[in-house]
Design a protein around this ligand. Structure first.
Ligand SMILES: Cc1ncc(COP(=O)(O)O)c(C=O)c1O
Length: 378
């Protein structure tokens, strides 16, 4: 089946015998046993639930994985993933990173003995030099949140493979519509399903996708032990959202390209970060490894007082913290998504008081541009 068909039809897996077109929500904590020592395959929803299982089947197929595990949020998936590592293990991480991931990794470093090297992963030679005997994983976002740095996934995967180290890719920004890290050699793909996969800003979810059965089994065991699995209703929301994933992401990207072009010509803009611009330092890598550039744009305004003006005057675009849904949202990373990153580190990344981030939705691009124009004061 082609990607769009899997989104709608969910692959080959049947989920019940009634012919229901919408996957049933198995809203149950436990399942009765047919007899002593017998199981229907489901015992307790913390271990597995048919609605969650169906979602996992769909997402694994979309990412070209063999198995996926669904969690109650992106952060729940990362917290669970952390159980793969032991004190002393070393992990190389993109230095530009979602603030919550940075917060979790900092906690794991100070409280749990994991060792992180935060660095730019855009230069494979620098990454190669950062490996240590204790290195167990490389974790990248690409493009990064919010500065849109792009890492060469295949080159990084090759470095990891030579050393028996796992490559983990947060694929939240591009989704499997535009980028498939497992095909490029990554070992684990992570998603904040809250974003494009859900797509409607109405639920939180996280996903880990792998191609290694033994690794999937470990992750399921951790999920069952920690109780981090996704609820049946939220699983259903994701299944429904994914039906339109390909349409939404392509439309969002089309809108984003138009907005990026419009922003480029505005005198208020001092810097524009969008992987689809030819001037983007990793434009060639994006063209090679992804089928598009996504719908996230960050920009710096020349005059910091414009930040308040824009955030308080946008009407179609909403001033809110999330991304990836059908509604366009604008975020102020310094005070929101990246507030917990120490100032010095933040500023070194370019996350300053002039930086705004837009998650472009599916509205009419003309309305979004008109909204930005009036917020700029036209
Ligand atoms: C790139 C990225 N990864 C992970 C997360 C965390 O996901 P969640 O908010 O679903 O816990 C986010 C949230 O904004 C994100 O943007």
């Amino acid at each position: 089946m082609e990607f769009e068909t899997i989104c709608v039809r969910g692959g080959e897996k049947e989920y019940d015998r009634t012919g229901a077109l919408s996957v049933p929500i198995y809203q149950t904590a436990a399942f009765a046993h047919p007899g002593l020592g017998q199981s229907t395959g489901y015992d307790y929803s913390r271990s597995q639930n048919p609605t969650r299982e169906y979602l996992e089947h769909v997402v694994a197929a979309l990412e070209n994985g063999t198995e996926a595990v669904a969690f109650s949020s992106g952060m729940a998936s990362l917290t669970t993933l952390a159980a793969l590592f032991a004190p002393g293990d070393h992990i190389i991480v993109s230095d530009d990173l979602y603030g919550g991931t940075h917060r979790l990794f900092t906690h794991l470093a100070t409280q749990c003995g994991l060792v992180f090297t935060f660095m730019s992963t855009t230069d494979a030679a620098l990454v190669a030099a950062a490996f240590r005997p204790a290195t167990k994983a490389v974790f990248i976002e690409t493009p990064t949140n919010p500065m849109m740095h792009v890492t060469d996934i295949a080159a990084t995967a090759a470095l990891c493979r030579e050393r028996g180290v796992r490559l983990i890719v947060d694929n939240t920004f591009l989704t499997p519509v535009l980028q498939k890290p497992l095909v490029l050699g990554a070992d684990i793909v992570m998603h904040s399903g809250t974003k494009y996969l859900g797509g409607h800003n109405d639920t939180l979810a996280g996903l880990l996708i792998v191609r290694d059965g033994a690794l999937a089994e470990k992750l399921r065991y951790f999920s069952m032990s920690f109780g981090t699995g996704l609820s049946p209703f939220d699983s259903w929301l994701l299944i429904r959202g994914i039906k339109t994933l390909a349409l939404r992401v392509r439309r969002q990207e089309e809108n984003a390209r138009r907005i990026a072009t419009w922003l480029e010509g505005r005198p208020e803009i001092r810097a524009l970060y969008y992987p689809g611009r030819k001037e983007h330092p990793q434009y060639e890598i994006s063209c090679r490894q992804a089928q598009g550039f996504g719908a996230m744009i960050s920009f710096e305004v020349a005059d910091p007082s414009l930040v308040r003006q824009v955030l308080e005057n946008v009407r179609v675009i909403r001033f809110a913290e999330s991304l990836g849904g059908v509604d366009s949202l604008m975020t102020y990373p310094v005070l929101q998504t990246h507030a917990d990153i120490p100032e010095e580190k933040r500023l070194a990344q370019g996350i300053n008081d002039r930086l705004l981030r837009i998650s472009v939705g599916i509205e009419a691009a003309a309305d979004l541009i008109a909204d930005l124009a009036q917020a700029f004061g036209d």
